[in-house]
Unconditional design. Structure first.
Length: 307
């Protein structure tokens, strides 16, 4: 695998939605609506695009709804509308994207904002934060229950980022991008608790890139978007690298399984912080890409859904 500045692209990768997101993030596939949702954090907006008759995303259905503040993740709510984790805290959005504050768990850390998150199958939102000043050990991982109870699950994080579960929801993965590390926990779905933290994939000086958002497939492999790495890495359950898929963007940010049969891995990306030469080399930065993964993953869960 070539890890130079040359951006090679595997033939399984296509441009799903050409775009220029400053900081595309938080992809969420809604099985019910056959729609991909994602955000632009820096130019705050909730974006969505539906699947077309060919089975690919239909760009004519693209919608962009401006948001009033930087927002790291937006997930559909089972009762309607959405739940968002944003600069000010946890916010409910109605169908017209009008915001109602729910909780401000980091009001004592005004330089923080929420950065990434997703829901487990019991409808609990797990959302992590970061310091906008780049300070270390100031971020946390939070669990927001359907009754809006908010619980801090992990503290002293540098940059809270990608997270996800294996299919059985017995294992939880969490990324601290500031430490360039993906952690593994034993997960109890009934109580929503974490235990037995260990390093799943640590820093690797032989490769460019830092782990960002992630998704877990039905085989228990972890797909991790690599910020500044121009690729998505598929890790085996033991943490070894199974596959590296290069994408035509320096800063892939996150990924989520979806599409007609759940085998497409949608990858968001960013333009923020890239200079003119980097953008000339990778003009598709800020687009959404599609990787035909050869496996499948579950769609996103809605907030408030109880199984």
């Amino acid at each position: 695998m070539n890890h130079s500045n040359t951006l090679a692209c595997d033939d399984c990768v296509t441009v799903a939605i050409p775009g220029n997101d400053a900081l595309g993030e938080g992809p969420h596939w809604s099985e019910q609506k056959q729609t991909l949702y994602w955000v632009d954090i820096v130019n705050p907006a909730l974006q969505s695009v539906a699947i077309g008759p060919t089975g690919a995303l239909d760009s004519t259905t693209l919608r962009r709804h401006p948001l009033g503040e930087m927002t790291g993740v937006v997930v559909p709510a089972h009762a309607g509308g959405f739940l968002a984790a944003s600069e000010s805290g946890i916010v409910a959005l109605d169908s017209q994207i009008n915001a109602t504050p729910i909780a401000a768990p980091e009001s004592d850390r005004p330089d923080n904002r929420f950065n990434d998150g997703k829901c487990d199958s019991r409808g609990r939102l797990w959302a992590s934060s970061l310091s906008m000043k780049g300070e270390k050990a100031q971020a946390s991982l939070w669990r927001i229950d359907p009754d809006h109870t908010v619980t801090r699950m992990i503290d002293d994080i540098d940059i809270g980022n990608g997270l996800g579960w294996n299919d059985e929801e017995t294992v939880f993965y969490f990324t601290d991008s500031g430490k360039a590390t993906i952690y593994r926990f034993v997960f109890d779905i009934d109580t929503g608790t974490l235990s037995e933290r260990s390093v799943f994939a640590g820093p690797d000086e032989s490769r460019a890139g830092v782990p960002d958002g992630l998704a877990v497939d039905e085989e228990g492999h972890v797909w991790s978007a690599q910020w500044d790495g121009a690729c998505v890495i598929r890790y085996a359950p033991d943490g070894s690298i199974d596959r590296i898929v290069q994408v035509p963007a320096h800063r892939p940010t996150s990924c989520a399984f979806g599409g007609k049969d759940g085998s497409t891995l949608f990858v968001t990306s960013a333009r923020v912080g890239l200079d003119d030469a980097q953008l000339a080399e990778a003009p598709l930065s800020g687009s959404v890409f599609a990787i035909e993964s050869g496996t499948r993953g579950k769609p996103g869960n809605s907030f408030g859904w109880r199984t």
